[in-house]
Design a protein around this ligand. Sequence first.
Ligand code: ATP
Ligand code: MG
Length: 390
Amino acid sequence: MKEIILCKLGEIVLKGLNRRSFEQKLLSNLRHALYPLGKYRVWCSQSTVYIEAADENADMDAAFEAAKKVFGVIKLSRAAACEKDKDAIVALAKDYLREDLMRVGTFKVESKRSDKRFPMTSIELSQYVGGELAEAFPHLRAEMHEPELVVNLEIRDVAAYVHAAPVDGAGGMPVGSNGVAVTLLSGGIDSPVSSYMIAKRGVRLVPVHFFSFPYTSEAAKEKVVELARLLSAYCGRMPLLVVPFTHIQEEIRDKCDEEYFTLIMRRFMMRIAERIALDCGARAIVTGENLGQVASQTMEAMASTQAVLSLPVLQPLIGLDKEEIVRLARRIGTFETSILPYEDCCTVFTPRHPRTHPKLDEVARAESALDVSVLVDEALAGIERIEVGR
Ligand code: ATP
Ligand code: MG
């Protein structure tokens, strides 16, 4: 039996003239995600992407799991194909969905007919196949409102397809269809989720991690590499940029008023991130900031860190509760790695009494003893680039 994966496109279909380029991006992202899993044919027709095994080694289970993580796909289902004939469809439904049909007590058949040359209407086809299935599986009762199983039939240009209920895809828009952003990735729970949320809107990410060796360990860095690798299942291949941050932090510790340590440090992060962004064509900086979560995430504190850059700072978690962020982290599979014990540069030299409602000029004054541009250039010159994902 020829099995196939059908992926329904999400918002992509609303994009009018851009639709073709969106579809091309999605096809290329899907092909990329499937590449290590075997040989597949992937094509798009009538707002559906088809994935078909191109040789006997192709693993359709693995392909289904990989396609579930590709942004731009809203629903996916596995389906079997047959010729466009009502009795061939009945035979296929009996065979392909046998286990499902035996398991449930109520069902209905839903048909879609994009090939209008097919001699029955959708309703006629549903009634015919439904009748045949009820006869073949006498325990089944047709139920129009809340059936346990929906048998989906589609009559398309090349073939007829039979599939059970679709599952949710990753949604969003294909990565690469909405520009590039630099995302600040720590080893915590929040920033992998904020990165995911922006990638979901079609943005290609360049993750940046600030690393304060030896105050933060090699293991802490490895953890961030692993988080970036987990994200790459959704975002594709990314260059993780590791910025040496030790000297900047020591300078802050030695020359600035302790109350402002974290704020000054965050201003350096923003300046460096913006320079990287300009260099790689990124149009925004993404952070995992969340209103009121820590002293540096009050409105005044965020104003003081954002004052040093002109690119927009995207904070997709700003209004979520911790519980909601944790739920998302679990769903996307980063939570278990995020909670491994680690140090972050934000937890080195933490002030005992941080300023929570700083005025802009106070912070600027507090950092005036530093040679900002020399420190920024030095950090940029020491960046380590690690390719993650395939
Ligand atoms: P997270 O759980 O993501 O670490 P957080 O709630 O601990 O976030 P902070 O430590 O104040 O918050 O950091 C806020 C944001 O700044 C993070 O979400 C992340 O985007 C960025 N950030 C913090 N530390 C680093 C770092 N070492 N490297 C890169 N980005 C960082
Ligand atoms: Mg953190």
